[in-house]
Design a binder for this molecule. Structure first.
Ligand code: SOE
Length: 382
């Protein structure tokens, strides 16, 4: 493929903005010059953040109003790394200007907002990508191939989790993820959305859910005035059961105060003839059990990440040379730019993200009504 330069406007210059900027810088080292990202402009409401990222990454222009980037005739791809509440407003505006859109997760605040934005971007005919980067671990491509091969039989149960303990300290200051107005849900949208991205990618769409949510620490110190307490408005713990459309069932558990769990995003996929166990804290290996093995030798086998697993071979020629979080972001950014360059849809796109928001909405409704809730038709047209 001829080299294609893509001019990018980055919105948000905090941790995720810097992560995306670093990913663009790594693409050509791993994937060559098929696509050449050019970070042309960066916006952040905090001028110091915008200026610092622009200086560090050699970005020509910086500003504090994202509208300037969404409307900039030179920009081809708008990259949204702001907190949840601004994802869809920016995406819809960028699409109206014919820009392609790369947006961090979760896609939106509600299912209705996700449906509206998905309809808008599809009507505009632009390419979209959503930052569910854990799906981009090459091991997940291998796991999906193994599942689809039928070698382990059919999927019976997906048991997933995403636990962290970043809020385990009651002295931890309040932050935007705890306000409904800025984040909508808590652990559900922030953490369990990643687990849902894996279940959706590996097994398929969810048909119905039954869930619960719980706030463990109801208030936290105001960062601006620590002697004052602010309410925690969304879930610290969320747990839900579900049935997939394909007949399999599952459960996902997430706790953002889980003492000792730092990056415990994982799953156990139980099949009729085997089992697959994965955890992000050991992201370069997966445990596989084959019931067809000799009865005297049956047991879980550790498979290390290796050439033949997705894009791993573009990084290294030998198995077990570990990839990390940043490499997943590099793969995600590369696929986003490649889809833009080729004008083909990205698999992890707005519709992928919309389905996850529809599940999230249904879990919140179920937690209120204490009933099973069906996913179909949530938030408007399908
Ligand atoms: C929460 O701590 C968080 O930063 C999530 O918001 C990210 O999506 C996840 O990748 C890492 O953990």
């Amino acid at each position: 493929m001829l080299m294609k330069k893509i001019k990018i406007g980055l919105i948000g210059a905090g941790f995720m903005g810097r992560t995306h900027a670093a990913a663009y810088r790594s693409i050509n080292n791993v994937f060559g010059d098929e696509v050449v990202p050019e970070l042309s402009a960066v916006a952040d409401v905090n001028a110091d953040n915008a200026k610092a990222l622009a200086e560090k990454y050699g970005v020509q222009r910086w500003c504090t109003d994202w509208n300037e980037i969404a409307a900039d005739p030179e920009i081809e791809l708008v990259d949204i790394t702001t907190p949840n509440a601004s994802h869809c407003p920016i995406a819809v505006k960028a699409a109206a200007h014919g820009k392609h859109v790369y947006c961090e997760k979760p896609l939106s605040m509600t299912a209705a907002e996700a449906v509206k934005a998905t309809e808008a971007v599809e009507k505009a005919g632009i390419i979209t990508s959503v930052g569910f980067n854990y799906v981009r671990n090459p091991i997940q491509q291998y796991v999906r191939e193994l599942l689809r091969s039928g070698a382990l039989g059919t999927v019976v149960n997906f048991r997933g989790m995403y636990d962290q303990d970043y809020y385990n300290d009651p002295e931890q200051l309040h932050e935007w993820r705890m306000f409904k107005s800025a984040s909508a849900s808590g652990a559900l949208g922030d953490l369990a959305s990643h687990t849902l991205s894996l279940s959706q990618y590996l097994i398929g769409d969810i048909a119905e859910v039954c869930g619960m949510t719980k706030i463990i620490v109801p208030e936290r110190p105001d960062p601006k005035e620590p002697s004052r307490m602010l309410p925690v408005e969304n879930d610290d713990v969320v747990q839900f059961l579900f049935n997939f459309e394909n007949g399999a069932c599952g459960a996902i558990f997430s706790n953002r105060l889980a003492a000792g769990r730092k990056m415990s995003l994982g799953y156990e996929i139980q099949l009729t003839n085997g089992c697959i166990v994965y955890n992000q804290e050991n992201q370069n290996q997966v445990q596989i059990y084959r019931h067809d093995d000799d009865k005297r030798e049956r047991g879980f086998k550790t498979v290390l990440i290796a050439p033949g697993h997705g894009e791993y071979g573009r990084f290294y020629g030998g198995a077990g040379i570990c990839l990390g979080y940043a490499d997943q972001k590099t793969i995600e950014a590369y696929h986003t730019l490649k889809c833009v360059a080729e004008g083909v849809p990205c698999e992890i796109d707005f519709r992928f993200g919309m389905k996850i928001m529809q599940v999230i909405d249904a879990v919140l409704e179920s937690a209120e009504t204490r009933q099973w809730v069906k996913i179909q038709e949530r938030g408007g047209s399908q």
